[in-house]
Write a protein that binds this ligand. Structure first.
Ligand code: SIN
Ligand code: MN
Length: 267
């Protein structure tokens, strides 16, 4: 799946692109069927909110779950990113963010590349996020908020916030967010399960807490050009991966094929 020239121009100018209806409900069902099992696991990769119960993020599920392993090599996710970074990619980070109904906490204002540069010594912002909505994202359940065009600002000064949520993050101060929002405004892309959101690793973003009764599960692949791999291994391997081999895309029907295999095994 390749981006059109209009989408490439939009990405360059705005720092993000929304792609509706990329995965079918059958494919989403294969993935969502695994999420409760993953979220029930008590393992280091499954990070909970401050309450110690609601899952904030499950890292690296592509290394311990077959459906998410396939998603991590899915051509509909890899192709547009390889097109944008102009070459083969490896998985820098993989996470399923829960943002649970009533209990999902905020993600403060930040840039992802700010963390990858400071913590992991990734040389350049030649990496990006591609997010797949596994559940509907609405104005109520804690949508991602972007400051369009903020990716043009480069890496912005940030402070290491270890207190606000259960997860430490390099966050921007209020004055900086105010100035950037005066220039670029703000958007909160919403959509059905199966939609994709592609955003530049320097795009400033955040999400509010989810006080609605609806979960908001999104899976994020952070893919990096293989030449641009991280140089420092300070964080756990399952947060900042160290396998820099190019990912070989699987066949386009790999998730539906898994559903078929599971149905046959159950007979
Ligand atoms: C992130 O910025 O990494 C996650 C934000 C979210 O899932 O709301
Ligand atoms: Mn982020």
């Amino acid at each position: 799946m390749q981006l059109t020239s209009e989408q490439l121009a939009e990405f360059d100018q705005e720092g993000w692109v929304f792609l509706p209806d990329v995965f079918s409900q059958d494919e989403i069902d294969v993935l969502m069927g695994e999420v409760p099992k993953i979220f029930a696991m008590r393992r280091d990769e499954v990070w909970r909110e401050k309450d110690g119960e609601a899952v904030r993020t499950a890292f690296a599920a592509h290394t311990y779950n077959e459906a998410f392993r396939r998603l991590g090599a899915h051509p509909r996710l890899l192709d547009p990113v390889m097109q944008l970074v102009d070459g083969p990619v490896y998985m820098h980070q993989f996470k399923i963010n829960g943002k649970a109904a009533f209990d999902g906490d905020v993600w403060q204002w930040h840039q992802d590349y700010g963390t990858w540069a400071r913590d992991d010594l990734m040389p350049e912002p030649r990496a990006m996020n591609i997010a797949l909505f596994l559940e509907e994202v609405t104005e109520f359940n804690g949508p991602l908020m972007f400051i369009p065009r903020s990716h043009k600002a480069g890496v912005i000064e940030a402070g290491h916030d270890t207190l606000t949520t259960s997860y430490p993050l390099w966050t921007l101060d209020k004055q900086t967010v105010t100035r950037l929002a005066e220039e670029g405004g703000m958007v909160a892309p919403r959509g059905k399960p199966g939609s994709l959101l592609l955003f530049h690793s320097n795009l400033v973003h955040a999400s509010p807490g989810n006080i609605s009764p609806w979960d908001r599960t999104i899976v994020y692949l952070s893919l990096c050009h293989v030449d641009n791999h991280i140089r420092q291994f300070k964080r756990d391997e399952w947060i900042a991966h160290r396998d820099f081999a190019p990912i070989e895309p699987l066949p386009d029907d790999c998730l539906i094929e898994l559903a078929r295999e599971n149905a046959t095994a159950a007979e």
